[in-house]
Design a protein around this ligand. Structure first.
Ligand code: SF4
Length: 342
């Protein structure tokens, strides 16, 4: 594989596949969330302005005038940089990539609220105009249990500052993060917080318990219990049902999501989104198991794919093989498969 003349971090949002990637920090300054192993083995460090500038120049030369429209600043939280340094980097980036219309970054709410509204506005005006925030849940009990290090009030405050500054906001939420014990609270409180923020995008992920994560330990010790696939969709139905008065684009966008067709503009598409949940929930059990395992194995992307008779027959064979090999372990198999995708 070709070695690039500038540093790249390991992660970027799904939607930044075509973006220029510039690394401002290494790893995550928090690195304690129970479900996350993204940067577990990486020591967090800030990069110097000088090194980041060298990378920007190297990228400009390497891409030879490619007219990038978007740039994503890696890794886990660029807002941790001193505001003056971040502004300097954003200015330098614009000089070397004048075609950029959008610059985005992950931002932890806890970091953002330590800056003043004026600083967030200056950052937005300098070009960082899309915030990716891992809200995960709006329920304080869940946020505490997963060691997110923020409260729902922090999430609301950070997002409101970003919004007032003029940034677009994309909030990630994770279905299933409350487990069996807290799924209703997780759905209801997440809807409450989203209703207050009204983010431009609500991006849905589904829980997959990664090896080596704190959540895996909680699972082993019986402190966390995963829901069934059906219950995860019941949770999502409750969440969508309670979204109210907002104009976000709601999207199941990751391969780990069971119903990838669940995407639409609120409020107009809310009935459509609920109907998708209801379609799944009202399937006869046998069909629901067939679709779920077919999706988890990667044979289906959405429920309509089952209308292809040949495809359905093929998937039926694969699903039967697995269910016969592991009788009574349908949910466990799905948990394992989800963990491989996230
Ligand atoms: S989820 Fe985000 S804030 Fe939490 S440890 Fe992972 S990268 Fe850091």
């Amino acid at each position: 594989m070709e070695t690039l003349p500038f540093e790249l971090g390991p992660i970027r949002p799904v939607d930044e596949a075509d973006s220029l990637l510039i690394r401002t920090t290494r790893g995550c300054p928090w690195n304690k969330c129970e479900f996350c192993v993204n940067y577990k083995t990486m020591r967090y460090s800030r990069r110097s302005v000088e090194d980041i500038k060298k990378d920007i120049m190297a990228a400009a030369e390497y891409y030879g005038g490619h007219p990038f429209h978007s740039c994503f600043l890696q890794d886990g939280d660029s807002f941790i940089m001193k505001t003056g340094e971040l502004l300097e980097i954003l200015g330098f980036l614009k000089q070397h990539f004048p075609s950029l219309k959008r610059v985005s970054s992950y931002g932890r709410s806890q970091t953002m609220i330590r800056k003043s509204p004026g600083e967030i506005k200056a950052i937005c005006d300098a070009g960082l105009n899309l915030l990716y925030c891992g809200m995960e849940s709006g329920a304080d009990t869940v946020l505490k249990k997963i060691k997110k290090g923020v409260t729902s009030a922090d999430h609301i405050k950070a997002a409101q500052m970003a919004r007032q500054a003029g940034m677009e906001i994309s909030q990630f939420i994770i279905l299933g993060l409350g487990g069996k014990a807290l799924w209703q609270e997780h759905a209801l409180e997440t809807a409450r917080v989203l209703n207050q923020i009204n983010p431009d995008f609500i991006r849905v992920l589904t829980i997959g318990v990664k090896k080596g994560s704190g959540l895996e330990k909680q699972l082993r010790e019986g402190k966390f219990q995963l829901q069934t696939e059906k219950n995860l969709i019941e949770e999502q139905r409750l969440l969508i049902d309670r979204l109210d008065g907002i104009t976000s684009y709601y999207v199941n966008h990751h391969g780990v999501d069971l119903l990838m067709e669940a995407r639409g503009q609120l409020p107009a598409d809310k009935p459509k989104l609920l109907a998708i949940m209801d379609r799944y929930l009202s399937m006869p059990q046998e069909d629901r198991i067939h679709y779920t395992l077919g999706k988890r194995l990667g044979y289906y992307r959405q429920m309509d794919d089952m209308q292809d008779a040949n495809r359905k027959l093929f998937v039926q064979g694969k699903v039967s093989e697995i269910l016969n090999a592991y009788p009574g372990q349908f949910d466990e198999i799905c948990h394992q498969l989800r963990a491989q995708v996230v």
